[in-house]
Design a protein around this ligand. Structure first.
Ligand code: ZN
Length: 285
């Protein structure tokens, strides 16, 4: 599932081609992804529109148009992604941005069709919609805000970090990596973290995400690819995710794989030596 680094990589790829270009035609191949607009109205609005810029909010890709034509927001969710080259699986194309002068096409593909495409009148309307469903972006949240949000819940720290209403952008892989870097057990109750631990966690979030963006994200199956169809490089250099039985890069202790409450179907990896729950603190129920 694309998390913040994968979505940021998509946005950086799109920035190389979309801004300043005009849309000859937006082709909606699968209207079921549209939310709050019809294919006819979206296609009409986009005809001849010029792209002002491409940005990211949490796991949202935001394509802003010039001349009050609004913004298109694409949420890749589980299996969405953009292609600047001919997509490997053309049957998964859901949207196509046909550009003018010179002619080119950017494709949005989505195998499981769980992504969402919406249109907003202006940046303010998009911001309101974002804030209604998501917390601050994981790369922008400040330490005090993070501390306040963690103090409010005794849920385990891992599911809390993955809760998009707490902070937006972190999923299973980067939650595990961030907690390993901080030396925190994934089931530590969020509200039991000391200010010092929160400060280290806050730094680790920024460091892990920045490193993952540098390596163009994580590919572990047929899912995420860069806009050029390449695999992300993060999982070749990471510390714990997908590394059960391997030695921890910090202490050489064993990396364990467990299932924790609230994260059905998503395994958790942690170091059994450097990520322990202090004995005075009990696990959340
Ligand atoms: Zn360790």
């Amino acid at each position: 599932m694309p998390e913040l680094p994968e979505v940021e990589t998509m946005v950086r790829g799109l920035r190389g081609v979309l801004p300043g270009r005009s849309l000859r035609r937006l082709e909606v191949r699968d209207p079921s992804l549209l939310q709050g607009c019809t294919a006819t109205s979206l296609v009409r609005r986009m005809r001849g529109a010029k792209v002002a810029g491409v940005s990211r909010r949490g796991k949202w890709v935001v394509v802003e148009l010039e001349d009050n034509r609004g913004l298109i927001v694409i949420q890749p969710r589980m299996t969405g992604g953009f292609w600047l080259i001919e997509p490997a699986r053309p049957e998964h194309i859901r949207l196509a941005f046909h550009l003018d002068k010179p002619e080119a096409t950017v494709w949005y593909c989505d195998a499981r069709r769980l992504g969402k495409v919406s249109w907003y009148r202006d940046a303010e309307a998009a911001e309101i919609a974002f804030c209604r469903s998501q917390g601050p972006d994981a790369l922008q949240i400040d330490r005090e805000d993070l501390a306040e949000r963690l103090a409010r819940t005794s849920r385990g720290i891992k599911p809390t970090l993955m809760d998009q209403k707490v902070l937006a952008g972190i999923g299973n892989i980067y939650a595990d990596e961030t907690l390993h870097r901080t030396g925190l057990h994934p089931e530590r109750p969020s509200s039991s973290l000391s200010l010092d631990e929160i400060a280290r966690l806050h730094s680790a979030i920024g460091e892990v995400l920045a490193r993952a963006i540098e390596l163009e994200g994580s590919s572990f199956d047929a899912g995420y690819r860069t806009v050029l169809g390449l695999e992300g490089g993060f999982l070749a250099q990471n510390s714990v995710y997908g590394r059960e039985h391997q030695p921890c890069p910090s202490c050489a202790g064993p990396i364990r794989k467990i299932r924790i409450a609230g994260l059905i179907g998503r395994p958790t990896y942690y170091c059994a030596v450097c990520q322990v729950i202090p004995t005075r603190i009990s696990r959340p129920r």
